[in-house]
Design a protein around this ligand. Structure first.
Ligand SMILES: [Cu+2]
Length: 192
């Protein structure tokens, strides 16, 4: 019978198991005495990698059939130091820009890329709203209808990212037309 080799293999397996048990025992020795195995694990989360300390409340995206639209919401940092949103990307298009609204020629308000990003000051929500700063989506891949979800990822100046979902929302009539990139808005100028 060739079964004569089996005890040999069994012995090797036992040796392996013993070694593994020893390692586990050595690890457990570092845990507080009397604690359950979970007690050691409970202290581990304190050393997790840094996460983006940014939250976005009431995020929404203006519905659009094609062309351009924008994402709005209130962006806050929970950290103690200013943080800058340096770029954004969305699931709706490969082209997404951070925009601001400024006074253009003839006193009309125009949108333009905000090169220095959106600066988030601790305790002061940065409001993205029609007529003000917004996340511009260019070259929509497909229509955005009410209730549609657009995934948005913000890249922060500390190298972290923050993700949120904006829901498609139809704005009532009279709002500025974000399908026209140079459309005027209702925002009065700061210095007239
Ligand atoms: Cu814009």
């Amino acid at each position: 019978m060739s079964s004569s080799t089996r005890p040999h293999r069994g012995l090797l397996l036992l040796v392996g198991a013993s070694a593994a048990s020893f390692v586990l025992a050595a690890c457990a020795a570092g845990a507080p005495a009397g604690g359950a195995p979970a007690a050691g694990a409970a202290t581990a989360p304190a050393a997790v990698a840094p996460q983006a300390s940014v939250t976005v409340s009431d995020p929404w995206v203006k519905t659009a059939e094609s062309g351009m639209t924008a994402v709005f919401g209130s962006v806050s940092t929970s950290g103690s130091a200013p943080l800058t949103v340096v770029s954004a990307r969305t699931s709706a298009s490969p082209r997404t820009e951070l925009h601001e609204v400024v006074m253009g020629e003839g006193g009309s308000m125009v949108m333009q890329p905000r090169e220095d990003g959106f600066v988030l000051d601790p305790g002061v929500p940065h409001v993205l709203a029609p007529g003000g700063d917004h996340i511009m989506i260019m070259d929509l891949a497909s229509p955005i209808r009410p209730g549609d979800e657009v995934e948005v990822t913000l890249t922060l100046s500390d190298g972290t990212t923050a993700e949120f979902t904006a829901l498609g929302k139809e704005t009532s009539g009279g709002e500025e037309d974000y399908g026209d990139h140079a459309a005027g808005t209702h925002v009065p100028g700061e210095d007239g």
